[in-house]
Design a protein around this ligand. Sequence first.
Ligand code: AHR
Length: 628
Amino acid sequence: MARLSNSLICGLLFAASQLARSVAGLDLTVSTSGGNESSPILYGLMFEDINHSGDGGIHGQLLRNNGFQGPDTSLDAYAAIGNVKLSVDTQNPLTAAIPRSLKVAVPEGVSGQVGFSNAGYWGIPVNADTYTTSFYIKGDYVGPITVRLAGAASGIEYAAKTINVVSTSAKYSQVETTFQSKQAPDGNNIWALTFDASKVAGRSLNFDYIQLFPPTFNGRPNGLKPALANVVSALKGSFLRFPGGNNLEGMTPETRWKWNETIGPLTDRPGRNGTWGYPNTDALGLNEYFLWCKDMNLKPILVVWDGLSLDGPIIAGDALEPYIDDVLNELEYVLGDVTTQYGALRASHGFPDPWPVTHVGIGNEDHLWGGGPSYAERFTRFHDAIKKAYPQLTIIASTPDYLPDPKPAGIWLDWHTYDTTDEMVGRFNMFDNVDRAFPYFVGEFACVSKNDGVHVPFPIMQTSVAEAVFMIGVERNSDVVKMAAYAPLLEHADGDQWTPNLIPFNNNPDGVVRTTSYYVQQLFSVNRGKTILPVKADGPFGPVYWVASRADNSFYVKFANYGDAPQKVTVHIDGPSRARLTTLSGGPDATNNFSETQVTPKSTDINAQGGTFAIELPAWSVAVLVAE
Ligand code: AHR
């Protein structure tokens, strides 16, 4: 008989122990006292404009290339209607920030309705809603202009509104109108504008900064798209980290995210060449991020640029001084009262009160892109300058590595990971023994693939359970891990650069996917205790993982079953007699995507028998027991 290798023997013993456990069950006793205080802001959101998650995503404006901003000198998204010639014009700037416009030239002798259409971000979501559209027009024209929403392929008209416009060639005039639309069956729609060609024949009109908004989240002007904002809001996160991510850093220092170009009137925002390969309009700018935080009760975690871009060059040493001054100006804009120069500027933009920023991140992932060796010096310069001006702020380093030795007291450490399933599960206990003096922020994490390393298009149950195992480890250590966020948050499925994402979407009426990972994040976020309780167990972690917490008289026990056998668990808690068990489960490949929803949370009420709750965790499951 062949000799069994040690690893095979270990594997067999492990499998036997799992089988024995799934038959006999795991026995847990939750202590009702003791334990560690849990971070009250543990779960939250990370946002940057990746995958058209901002422009074309959660930002409400629906037309693409609406101001020809950033590097966009093309006619992307536009098409001519009738016998006209469209071009991008540089001779009729709207503002210094918006130097290009759409020139619509009408040949001699043309009559009838002509104009142009905009195809949005791979379509336009057209619902039975009231829409607001606006545009700037220059050129002599007095007469009717009609705006429409229509099917791109079908030509079916869902909305049309005709307004009388008086425009001159002396300057741009802004036109705005609202109209009601019917429901379109899908997202393959266009916005169109037409005018009377006979009034312009042989001449041209210029159009610029064209906008289309549905009703917005909380009714904010220039606000968020409710179809996505409602789903994000339902995560009940505690914080929002912004504006990146790589999109903060830029490919070069020149194309970094510049706070001062994202504030004030929209037509004063030039936009930029975003890191993820498409123009950013910056209509979702600094103040819009703070309004997002306000409307969803999120603590803003503002990240500032620190000299590192993806393609460099890295700015370090004394060359950093103007950039440090720029960050101090940014912080004065955010935190200064109206007697300060930048606080007054903020007030002039409609926000007299400072924004409630308490934590500032210095850069993003400075251990990458060659940033490590200079980070200690760059971090120290920013840290010291910010602390001198704003001693109350907590400074977050973008990596636990490459920091000055000793680390400045009071800083937090941002740490990111994108893992295979086994890697992610292997991180379950990574925070058990870290130095408690320096709190952690898991600023980005996701299980992106099975062990083959091939990114999944949508989270699957196996990757989501792996995330739950990791999060249980985080929550057990939430005295030192203060915040954690899945990333990326959003993905326009027709314009993405990265998978998997928490909330993929398209323009169809039902085009928002609550992925298996979304439900894991939501389950963990809405079921939070204040104290992490000690738990006595009659077996080790794996395949079942757990964490227990308490808030007043409510007890929360979270579970992940990272295995393909169901597991029986008995849970003893002194006091509560009733509980609600919410379970998310499916085969390892079960997924939610645009064509099917295979996994949703299911809840059931259970009673304790003699202080004990008996439950069964299905294979590949995440569950929360809330006992009261
Ligand atoms: O989340 C996608 C990217 O991953 C982020 O922009 C970056 O911080 C990380 O490397």
